[in-house]
Write a new protein. Structure first.
Length: 144
Protein backbone atom coordinates (compact mmCIF):
# COMPACT_ATOMS: atom_id res chain seq x y z
CA UNK A 1 0.00 0.00 0.00
CA UNK A 2 1.42 3.35 -0.98
CA UNK A 3 1.37 6.29 1.45
CA UNK A 4 -1.07 8.14 -0.82
CA UNK A 5 -3.52 5.22 -0.72
CA UNK A 6 -3.25 5.02 3.06
CA UNK A 7 -3.96 8.73 3.48
CA UNK A 8 -6.99 8.50 1.20
CA UNK A 9 -8.50 5.86 3.53
CA UNK A 10 -7.59 7.71 6.73
CA UNK A 11 -10.82 9.82 6.92
CA UNK A 12 -12.90 6.68 6.44
CA UNK A 13 -11.04 4.87 9.23
CA UNK A 14 -11.41 7.83 11.57
CA UNK A 15 -15.14 8.01 10.85
CA UNK A 16 -15.53 4.33 11.73
CA UNK A 17 -13.81 4.78 15.08
CA UNK A 18 -15.75 7.92 15.99
CA UNK A 19 -19.09 6.19 15.30
CA UNK A 20 -18.30 3.37 17.75
CA UNK A 21 -19.89 3.63 21.21
CA UNK A 22 -16.61 2.46 22.78
CA UNK A 23 -15.00 5.74 21.72
CA UNK A 24 -17.31 7.65 24.03
CA UNK A 25 -16.19 8.52 27.54
CA UNK A 26 -18.13 6.06 29.66
CA UNK A 27 -18.27 7.71 33.05
CA UNK A 28 -19.89 10.74 34.53
CA UNK A 29 -17.35 13.16 35.97
CA UNK A 30 -18.23 14.86 39.25
CA UNK A 31 -16.55 18.15 40.13
CA UNK A 32 -16.93 19.88 43.48
CA UNK A 33 -16.11 23.59 43.45
CA UNK A 34 -16.75 25.57 46.64
CA UNK A 35 -19.51 23.21 47.83
CA UNK A 36 -21.20 23.10 44.39
CA UNK A 37 -21.48 19.79 42.57
CA UNK A 38 -21.19 19.87 38.78
CA UNK A 39 -21.73 16.68 36.76
CA UNK A 40 -20.21 16.28 33.29
CA UNK A 41 -22.26 13.68 31.43
CA UNK A 42 -20.69 12.23 28.25
CA UNK A 43 -22.67 12.25 25.00
CA UNK A 44 -23.03 9.02 23.05
CA UNK A 45 -23.43 9.29 19.28
CA UNK A 46 -26.63 8.35 17.53
CA UNK A 47 -26.69 4.89 15.92
CA UNK A 48 -26.12 4.88 12.17
CA UNK A 49 -29.02 2.51 11.48
CA UNK A 50 -31.54 2.85 14.31
CA UNK A 51 -33.77 -0.20 14.66
CA UNK A 52 -35.53 0.96 17.79
CA UNK A 53 -38.14 3.67 18.07
CA UNK A 54 -38.44 5.15 21.55
CA UNK A 55 -42.01 5.62 22.79
CA UNK A 56 -42.51 8.40 25.35
CA UNK A 57 -44.61 7.96 28.48
CA UNK A 58 -45.10 10.21 31.48
CA UNK A 59 -41.86 10.62 33.37
CA UNK A 60 -40.80 11.44 36.90
CA UNK A 61 -40.42 14.95 38.25
CA UNK A 62 -36.84 14.18 39.40
CA UNK A 63 -34.18 11.57 38.70
CA UNK A 64 -31.28 10.62 40.98
CA UNK A 65 -28.11 12.38 39.81
CA UNK A 66 -25.90 9.41 40.66
CA UNK A 67 -28.00 7.12 38.41
CA UNK A 68 -27.08 9.04 35.21
CA UNK A 69 -24.44 7.20 33.19
CA UNK A 70 -24.45 8.99 29.83
CA UNK A 71 -26.60 11.06 27.53
CA UNK A 72 -27.62 11.05 23.88
CA UNK A 73 -28.72 13.88 21.64
CA UNK A 74 -32.21 12.99 20.52
CA UNK A 75 -33.42 16.24 19.01
CA UNK A 76 -32.80 19.97 18.92
CA UNK A 77 -34.70 20.57 22.16
CA UNK A 78 -34.11 17.37 24.13
CA UNK A 79 -31.44 15.06 25.54
CA UNK A 80 -31.89 11.42 26.55
CA UNK A 81 -30.24 10.19 29.75
CA UNK A 82 -29.22 6.54 30.09
CA UNK A 83 -29.49 5.51 33.73
CA UNK A 84 -27.60 2.87 35.71
CA UNK A 85 -30.46 0.36 35.29
CA UNK A 86 -30.23 0.90 31.49
CA UNK A 87 -33.56 2.71 31.36
CA UNK A 88 -33.87 5.97 29.45
CA UNK A 89 -35.30 9.29 30.46
CA UNK A 90 -35.81 12.15 27.99
CA UNK A 91 -35.20 15.67 29.25
CA UNK A 92 -37.22 18.17 27.24
CA UNK A 93 -36.20 21.83 27.36
CA UNK A 94 -38.36 24.90 27.48
CA UNK A 95 -39.28 26.71 24.26
CA UNK A 96 -36.38 29.15 24.41
CA UNK A 97 -33.78 26.41 23.88
CA UNK A 98 -33.65 25.17 20.32
CA UNK A 99 -30.61 23.95 18.43
CA UNK A 100 -28.15 23.77 21.31
CA UNK A 101 -24.84 22.11 20.61
CA UNK A 102 -23.97 19.53 23.28
CA UNK A 103 -21.24 17.86 21.21
CA UNK A 104 -18.77 17.41 24.10
CA UNK A 105 -21.24 16.39 26.79
CA UNK A 106 -23.66 18.15 29.08
CA UNK A 107 -23.12 19.73 32.44
CA UNK A 108 -25.63 19.44 35.27
CA UNK A 109 -25.54 21.43 38.48
CA UNK A 110 -28.29 19.96 40.69
CA UNK A 111 -29.22 21.66 43.96
CA UNK A 112 -29.23 18.30 45.77
CA UNK A 113 -28.73 14.64 44.80
CA UNK A 114 -31.54 14.82 42.22
CA UNK A 115 -31.98 16.44 38.82
CA UNK A 116 -35.49 17.90 38.70
CA UNK A 117 -37.69 19.27 35.93
CA UNK A 118 -38.71 22.94 36.17
CA UNK A 119 -35.84 23.50 38.59
CA UNK A 120 -32.53 22.36 37.09
CA UNK A 121 -30.85 23.21 33.81
CA UNK A 122 -28.46 21.58 31.36
CA UNK A 123 -25.41 23.55 30.31
CA UNK A 124 -23.30 23.13 27.21
CA UNK A 125 -19.54 23.42 27.17
CA UNK A 126 -19.95 26.79 25.46
CA UNK A 127 -21.88 28.08 28.50
CA UNK A 128 -25.38 28.00 27.02
CA UNK A 129 -28.02 26.96 29.52
CA UNK A 130 -31.40 25.28 29.00
CA UNK A 131 -33.91 24.67 31.76
CA UNK A 132 -35.41 21.17 31.87
CA UNK A 133 -39.15 21.56 31.32
CA UNK A 134 -40.15 17.90 31.83
CA UNK A 135 -38.90 14.32 31.86
CA UNK A 136 -40.41 11.54 29.74
CA UNK A 137 -39.77 7.84 30.37
CA UNK A 138 -38.74 6.02 27.17
CA UNK A 139 -39.70 2.48 26.17
CA UNK A 140 -38.17 0.66 23.16
CA UNK A 141 -40.28 -0.46 20.21
CA UNK A 142 -38.70 -2.40 17.33
CA UNK A 143 -39.07 -0.92 13.86
CA UNK A 144 -39.66 -3.19 10.88
Amino acid sequence: MTPGTFFSFLPLLLALFTAQPQAVQTSVTRLVIQDEVILRVPIQGRPVFPRIKWVEKKGPKCIPADAIRRSMLSGPDQVDFVLSDRSRIRAQFDEDCLGLDFYEGVYLQPEDDRVCARRDAIRSRMGTMCRIERFKRLFPKLQH
